[in-house]
Design a protein around this ligand. Sequence first.
Ligand SMILES: [Zn+2]
Length: 95
Amino acid sequence: MNAREVIKALDSFDYYELKKLEKELDNGSFRRRLEKNIKKFEDGKKICVTCGSSLNDKKFSLVIEYRGMKKTAEFCAIDCLEYFLAKMKKVVKID
Ligand SMILES: [Zn+2]
């Protein structure tokens, strides 16, 4: 999910959901969750880039080299790899 999709989801919230989110922002629980999830990546735990589930021995890797940047993305299943590629196809225009 990208920032635009997050904003779109936010626009679909009803009053109750907005007040609940406002409370979570105020008490810091949203920030703590955000930091916890970022730390998971930084700690080097292998997780699927599409669904976030932890990767054991069953995984698929995709090396992406684009405009001088090289990254490896890992997926728990072919479905997650396909979903990622479909999303990437919409976002990235290959010359
Ligand atoms: Zn996955």
